[in-house]
Ligand binder design. Structure first.
Ligand code: IMP
Ligand code: MG
Length: 338
């Protein structure tokens, strides 16, 4: 089936952006589609440059692919325009007329909400406030109404369905992760949307019939920028420092140092079930001892090999996903295909 989907299996920041960019660079996707808000940063190391994006799909690395923002996208126009320039995508960006513009009042409302900011740890982009206005059916600005963005607007479901009819493939890039789903996650320590594959399809305007491979992305450990549960949270300052420096575990939008905890098997199994994951992608394996693939070694040893064996249990959950990709460094092509 033509729509491959990438979802997060933890608390966001699993490295979905890098996996999406790798898939887009390798695969023949005519479209990279994204939904969700600018609270979700994704970082891509590509051709000696570091791209920290919030809205543009990671698939921009493939110059032949068109970039699509679905109706379930929430846009801060200034931020998006910077990303269009940075990624050189002005001529290949398409925005759904019903993507919502996050206005300064949304951002101010969220930042001024002490409960949301302190108790939930909101990133403060205004996504939640914009979602709330949409649910309340208040007056909103949509992409079709925006003076500088309306030139990118096209009927996305029509466009994508025509592409499907021509047999073209597309990559749907999800945001955040299982633990942060407003529907299935660790409420109230969640974001303002569901963060699972079926919702991403709906937010893009795609019917469920076309879902292809569903990649669930995990790190061998869990990080979280906000409050909420983290299993066996790491408190050792020196160890944490290694994650914050070598592991770059600092919030790309929030700038906060990420909390670090153990791999959570129950959440991984839940991720497989709720997303019907067919493939697993592991990132940051290089944070474990025994993962020195950048030096030409071809297989994992020690801690890294042990972690890969714990994934057997995740692969046994229905629909029995297979480990497909293991990322062992920040570079776009530091990926082992299993
Ligand atoms: P909000 O979605 O900005 O309201 O944030 C709600 C919770 O989700 C907070 O704990 C945030 O830190 C977390 N969160 C939201 N987006 C991301 C993300 O992309 N990566 C990691 N955490 C996120
Ligand atoms: Mg992120």
């Amino acid at each position: 089936m033509p729509v491959d989907i990438v979802v997060g299996g933890q608390a966001g920041d699993e490295g979905k952006g890098k996996i999406c960019a790798w898939l887009a660079a390798k695969g023949n996707y005519a479209y990279s589609v994204r939904v969700g808000g600018p609270n979700a940063g994704h970082t891509i190391f590509f051709k000696d440059k570091i791209y920290t994006l919030k809205t543009m799909p990671g698939g921009f690395v493939n110059p032949k692919a068109k970039m699509v923002l679905g109706a379930g996208t929430y846009i801060i126009p200034d931020w998006l325009e910077k990303e269009i320039a940075l990624t050189n995508t002005a001529s290949r960006l398409i925005i759904d007329p019903h993507a919502v513009i996050i206005e300064p009042r949304h951002t101010a409302a969220e930042r001024g909400d002490a409960r949301l900011m302190a108790k939930i740890g909101s990133v403060g982009t205004g996504l939640g406030a914009a979602v709330r206005d949409r649910v309340d059916r208040k007056k909103l600005m949509f992409a079709k109404d925006h003076p500088r963005l309306k030139k990118y607007v096209k009927d996305v479901p029509e466009l994508l369905n025509k592409a499907l009819a021509r047999g073209e493939r597309m990559l749907l890039e999800g945001t955040q992760g299982m633990k942060l789903s407003n529907l299935h996650g660790e409420y109230p320590y969640v974001t303002s949307r569901d963060t699972t594959a079926s919702t991403f399809m709906g937010e893009a305007g795609l019917g469920p019939k076309y879902a292809g491979e569903i990649y669930a992305v995990f790190k061998p450990y869990v990080t979280r920028v906000g409050p909420g549960f983290v299993a066996k949270e790491m408190k050792d300052k020196a160890k944490l420092n290694k994650y914050h420096t070598a592991g770059r575990e600092v919030g790309s939008v929030s700038g906060r140092l990420r909390r670090v905890g153990e791999f959570e098997m129950d959440v991984a199994l839940q991720t497989v079930r709720i997303n019907s994951a067919t493939r697993l992608a592991v990132t940051h394996i290089d944070m474990l001892e025994g993962a020195d693939l950048s030096r030409g070694v071809k297989s994992f040893t020690g801690e890294a090999a042990r972690f890969m064996r714990t994934l057997d249990k995740v692969c046994a959950a229905y629909p029995r996903p297979k480990v497909a990709l293991v990322s062992y460094g920040p570079g776009l092509f530091d990926v082992l295909e299993v």
